[in-house]
Design a protein around this ligand. Structure first.
Ligand code: FES
Length: 139
């Protein structure tokens, strides 16, 4: 049912835990399954994701997608991170069962919510249409 990559990231999550010096923090949840994901970003003065951490209270697929998403954005510039999609995370994990795709949506939304928080805290203008509508996705 799950690929080796999913099982690996579930069993050995990368970048798990809160970042004390994060300057962008996002929290999203899925109202249907009740899972919650928190993403912590430390963004440097050049707009590079210097460090990243996550806390996921949810299913194995949510943990695996969070972990993979953190690996995909660490060391990357913000504009590249903004383009992260849940499909890209699923592809990097070599697939997810259809009924678990919403878990990967949570990972994309958590990263974007953390970026939005960073923009808000630093008074950086952005297009609100690029971000999830609320902290609690129904996806
Ligand atoms: Fe909802 Fe995985 S079952 S995030």
């Amino acid at each position: 049912m799950y690929t080796e990559k999913v099982l690996d990231h579930f069993s050995h999550p990368r970048n798990m835990g809160e970042l004390q010096d994060a300057n962008g923090v996002g929290m999203v949840g899925n109202a249907k399954c009740g899972d919650i994901m928190q993403m912590f970003l430390k963004i440097d003065d050049d707009g590079i994701i210097e460090d990243v951490g996550f806390k996921t209270f949810g299913c194995g697929a949510a943990i695996a997608t969070s972990s993979m998403a953190t690996e995909m954005i660490k060391g990357k510039p913000i504009d590249q991170v903004m383009k992260l999609t849940n499909q890209a995370v699923v592809k990097a994990l070599e697939g997810l069962p259809a009924q678990k795709l919403h878990c990967s949506v949570l990972a994309e939304e958590a990263v974007k919510a953390a970026l939005k928080d960073y923009y808000d805290k630093n008074g950086i203008a952005y297009d609100p249409a690029l971000f999830p509508p609320s902290e609690h996705s129904e996806a």
